[in-house]
Ligand binder design. Sequence first.
Ligand code: DHB
Ligand code: MG
Length: 218
Amino acid sequence: ELQSLFTRSDAYHNSFLIKPDPILDFVQKNTKDKGIEYDAAVSPAQGKFLQLILLSTGAKRVLEVGSLAGYSAIWMARALPDDGEVIALELEPLHAQALEENVKAAHLSSKIKVIVGPAHQSMKDLPSAKPFDLVFIDADKQNNTNYFVEAKRLVRKGGIVDNVGRNGRPADPDDHDAKVEGVRGLLRYIKDDGEVEATTIHTVGEKGFDGFLYAIRK
Ligand code: DHB
Ligand code: MG
């Protein structure tokens, strides 16, 4: 079966490239213990990929839209200098509580600032005068275009949108699922938007067949 092939391949590569990490093991366990749907977090390989992008671009400020319990925020915050920060937007109070606990366990309370509430409003409340080096959008897919428009206002250069692959469903004209439509809406928006260049890199691994859309503001 394809999924077991993806999972085995991810584990094989990770065994060489990603070190054992008791803090992230704790985060994973604490999140699961609270009954939070942990599967929606990025995989270890994807978390490290986000971290490496921040390191290679010298990023200092990151905005995360949809933080769940903080797994990706922790990967990203670890790439930032002492005066860097991740602003982590999360809708669900239960998730935000786990997020605060996990951030504390990772000794990153000084670098990760949590804002609880609807992310679109939280984004609108942020000033463009303090731009972000990267925005990572990983929230409700129905709002992808709304988040993307605000992200453009807030970002100096780059952004990533998670889960655009969705098992290839956006390319199926008979599939009208709301999350799938959310991905399509964003693609249509970007097609006619002269301000960004973007590409989708599909991903396979322990989280299935999905994708990251990477966009930069020109
Ligand atoms: C979904 C959302 C995610 O952020 C993810 O990583 C996987 C799936 C979802 O809503 O289906
Ligand atoms: Mg996601």
